[in-house]
Structures are given as structure tokens and as C-alpha cells.
Design a protein around this ligand. Structure first.
Ligand code: 5GP
Length: 174
């Protein structure tokens, strides 16, 4: 018998596709004619962003960021920094695309980083919200699903870099 946990489908590819279409309609309603900059948070949001923009039938730009942590200060032991953004944010209508908002710390940190660069507007689109573990309040302007406090994989989400390629969002059951 294998000790690998078994992925169990929590949100099917069909439900994901329906949610992506709904979110794209909401985003189209708000951004049509604005030439927004969509910023995906790597790696988890890559699949969601790729599916989402195929339903956005107007000019837009995309870029990506990732949050890296390294041991830095004695006080915290860890310092986070945002890496990767190459596009000038000042004055742009920026829409941050996240996979899951869990504690809210990652998204909050990246929103702070973007806000400092004086975008014309800044909003957040998240595929999933796991409110049970929130430590920092985050306003999600466009939300796919509210999910239970379980560890999820698939549709871009990983466990130790595995399972990102699963087409459904799954929970891992022992
Ligand atoms: P935060 O706790 O800062 O809100 O979320 C940090 C990051 O943890 C998210 O960007 C997401 O990539 C990852 N994360 C949160 N919950 C899950 C989960 O259930 N599964 C996976 N694979 N990643 C998660």
C-alpha cells in the first residue's frame, strides 16, 4: 500500500470553468476599455490566470510576481520580498490574481508592494478564499469559491511541487 495521500475532488473542472466564466464577465463589466494590468502570483495562479484571460476579450497586459522569503533579520528570522514585476505600475489599473487567500499575509504583502507604486486602481481576484485561517483582513473584489479549512491541490496548487497539473481542485485525504 502507498503512503501517498489520495487526492479527492472538492471542486470539479466543470465548476471551475463556470466560476472562471462568471469572474471574467464581472471583470469585463468593470475593465472594458481600460487596458488593465493583470498580475498573477506565481506559481499557484498560473493556470487560473491563463484560463481567465481567454475569456477577457479586450486589450490587457499580464505580468507575474512571486514572494520569496529568506532568513534575514534576527527579530523575525524571515524577510519577504516581491520579485519579478517588470511592468511599470504607476497609474495603471492593476488587478492582482491569486490562487488562494488563506492567512491573507501573502496577498496583503503584495497588495502593499503594489500600492506603494501608485497604481491608478488596485483590485484583487482570487480563485478561492479560505477564511478560517485569516490573520490579516483582505478585500477580495472578485472571488471564485469559499473553501473549507483543508489543504488543497490541483489546478495550479501544489504539495511540494506535485499535483499542480490536476485539472480539478482536490483535497488530500490519507
Ligand atoms: P496566505 O496564507 O499568505 O494567505 O497564502 C499563502 C499562499 O499559500 C497562497 O498564495 C497559496 O499559494 C498557498 N496556499 C494557501 N492555502 C493553500 C492550500 O490549501 N493548498 C496549497 N497548495 N497552497 C495553499
Amino acid at each position: 500500500m502507498s503512503s501517498e495521500p489520495e487526492p479527492r475532488i472538492l471542486i470539479s473542472r466543470k465548476e471551475i470553468a463556470t466560476a472562471v466564466e462568471r469572474l471574467a464577465a464581472e471583470i469585463t463589466r468593470d475593465y472594458l476599455g481600460k487596458y488593465p494590468l493583470l498580475v498573477g502570483i506565481l506559481k499557484g495562479a498560473f493556470m487560473f490566470l491563463a484560463d481567465l484571460i481567454r475569456h477577457l476579450d479586450f486589450p490587457l497586459e499580464i505580468d507575474f510576481v512571486r514572494l520569496s522569503s529568506y532568513g534575514g533579520t534576527k527579530s523575525s528570522g524571515k524577510v519577504s520580498q516581491v520579485q519579478g514585476l517588470l511592468t511599470l505600475v504607476k497609474g495603471r489599473d492593476v488587478l492582482l490574481i491569486e490562487d488562494i487567500v488563506d492567512t491573507g499575509l501573502t496577498t496583503g504583502f503584495i497588495l502593499d508592494y503594489l500600492r506603494k507604486q501608485m497604481p491608478g486602481s488596485l483590485k484583487l481576484c482570487a480563485l478561492a478564499d479560505k477564511p478560517a485561517r485569516r490573520r490579516r483582513p483582505v478585500v477580495i473584489d472578485y472571488l471564485g469559491f469559499t473553501v473549507p479549512n483543508k489543504f488543497l491541490v490541483g489546478y495550479g496548487l501544489d504539495l511540494d511541487e506535485k499535483y499542480r497539473n490536476l485539472p480539478d481542485i482536490c483535497s488530500l485525504e490519507d
